[in-house]
Design a protein. Sequence first.
Length: 411
Amino acid sequence: MTEYSCESEEEPSGGRRSESLKAFRSAGRGFWSDVPNSQWDDWRWQMRNRITSREQLEKLMPMLTPEEYAGSVLANTKLALGITPYFFNLIDPTDELCPIRWQVIPRIEETTTAPWEMSDPCGEDSHSPVPGLVHRYPDRVLFLVTDRCASYCRYCTRSRLVSNAAGYDFQPDFDRQIDYIRNTPTVRDVLLSGGDPLLLSDDKLESLLSRLRAIPHVEFLRIGTRIPIFLPQRITPALCDMLRRYHPLFVSIHSNHPRELTTEVREALGRLADAGIPLGNQSVLLNHVNDDPEVMKAHLHKLLLCRVKPYYLYQCDLIAGSAHLRSSVRRGLKIMSQLRGHTTGYAVPQYVIDAPGGGGKIPVNPEYVLSHNNDRVVIRNFEGKVFEYPEAADGTPMVSRPGAVCDSQLF
């Protein structure tokens, strides 16, 4: 089992505390303790003061490992280094295994590419009818609006495009993208992503939403964002008031570890929820971060406290240079088997692999159906107990031993 340095779950008295609002803590100011509230709470100030170079990183965190130092020197040749002051303060500079640290600080391992890794593991470019639009599923499209993010995840599936460090030169053409959707009646679902759509100004984002909402066959809109996690200051009341005008509108956030769910994040997500926006979370299974059943469970429970439904747990894509962060499918299945039945169903995400090369998301589950014969389905529960469910091949109701436990009690 991977060792994690997580914030203590114990009260000062030594007793283990329940998962409650006490679990949320402010990110604090750290090196920016002298910055006035008017600046710290301004998302544009946060963006202007991001850590973007090895020199800045080394000044703020002198104890860089050799792997981190070498990675930060080369970072901007593959995927830019970028960390908001807010999110940087979640890093434990004394802990080399800090789960926040592994997500955003470059490492030299990023320069090693295995033969099976790809620059476009999800095959998005091959399913792009016009620049900036991916149409892989029959009734939905991915609408890329920008190549910029508030902070850059080192396992980013779109590292070929995001930040333009690799020279992809992403140039969205909103008119062509919207025209394609308007002229394709099968499209009923549009997901705005990037980069991060919430880095657009309120006016520019509203312009896109209003144009898409005006297309009769577009039934609902989605926004994929990590802004509430990296930059909760961006989730302003004005932004939420604007978004509520475009229902049905869904927001999918991206959080991987319970330490990311601070008081600031909880309040930002609360503003979105109060605007009537359904919230779901998409996590990536990551080595050194969340590939541990207890860490994962703590994270999922905190998401529910933030009024966010855990939606997907992604197997890390085969993006070039990500092997040091990819946990195994075997590990993911073990985690899923320790969630189902051991916590509320609302907390259990769907574990998926985005099939390499563009095959789309494929659900991956522990084996619960053991066999399916002409007269019965043999199933097991979360305890490993095996049961029979009678079912005739032609669907005729049967009289059998419904719910009877098989001779073999444990799977």
